[in-house]
Design a protein around this ligand. Structure first.
Ligand code: UDP
Length: 239
């Protein structure tokens, strides 16, 4: 293709649900291989990629408290769910010949590396995809906050949040088909309009550290590649 990447280093956040497909729970192998192939396309262009995967397709802290699990234990279970997803994605990437390393914020060193910033950057410089697992390692945070934090730590030029919706809308596009999509927004507009892009912690972290964010639909073939090539895909949010 004629496409050339605009960004040299990018942090991609995938929700756990993005791997679930239409299953309702767990991982859809076809969806995962399609994501792996899209990742390969951009890695082949020389783009350095960090990946944060959520855990909502397995466990979410808040959902577990509803069945009586203590909040901190519930969040720890949620963080372990993100490790499971990262291990699955590492494997899927290997299948398409992409070198990948899972680095966990919680020490689980029998199955993956510990997250150490300078090692992560060294992997990225060698063209390896780094899968940042276990979120921030702390309860009461989300993987959106983890993604914002890692994006800033690795000096990514862009963070991409891949969801099931092709950008940010003024109102819920599922409930209201007439809803309009924003092409650009500032983080303060996101906060003032209470747009549910990410939790406030993540929004403020990106705003204060001038980390731009593009929100796009991972189910739309080629969306990721177009965003990385600087095209107007989904919604761009900036400081
Ligand atoms: N989590 C946490 N700290 C973090 C990141 C995640 O405690 O830094 C827990 C939290 O319980 C959360 C779960 O892990 O509900 C799964 O992450 P998230 O809900 O962000 O996943 P996603 O919605 O992106 O699939």
């Amino acid at each position: 293709t004629e496409l050339t990447p605009t960004y040299r280093r990018v942090l991609l956040k995938l929700s756990g649900e993005a791997l679930m497909g239409n299953l309702g729970h767990g991982i859809d192998p076809q969806v995962m291989m399609r994501v792996a192939n899209e990742v390969r396309e951009i890695v082949d262009l020389g783009v350095q990629l960090g990946l944060v995967i959520g855990g909502g397709n397995i466990f979410r802290g808040v959902g577990l408290t509803a069945i009586g699990v203590d909040r901190v234990s519930a969040d720890q279970m949620g963080m372990l769910a993100t490790v499971m997803n990262a291990l699955a994605m590492q494997d899927a990437l290997r299948k398409v010949d992409v070198h990948a390393r899972v680095m966990s914020a919680i020490r689980i060193d029998a199955i993956c590396e510990d997250y150490i910033r300078r090692r992560a950057i060294s992997h990225l410089d060698k063209g390896r995809v780094v899968l940042f697992a276990a979120g921030t390692g702390n309860p009461f945070f989300t993987t959106d906050s983890a993604a914002s934090l890692r994006a800033i730590e690795i000096n990514a030029q862009l963070m991409i949040k891949a969801t099931k919706v092709d950008g940010v809308y003024a109102t819920d596009p599922v409930a209201n088909p007439q809803a309009t999509r924003f092409t650009r927004l500032t983080y303060n507009e996101v906060l003032a309009r209470q747009l549910g892009v990410m939790d406030t912690t993540a929004v403020v972290l990106c705003r204060d550290n001038k980390m731009p964010l593009r929100v796009l639909d991972m189910g739309k073939p080629g969306a990721l590649l177009r965003a990385i090539c600087g095209q107007d895909e989904g919604t761009l949010i900036h400081s």
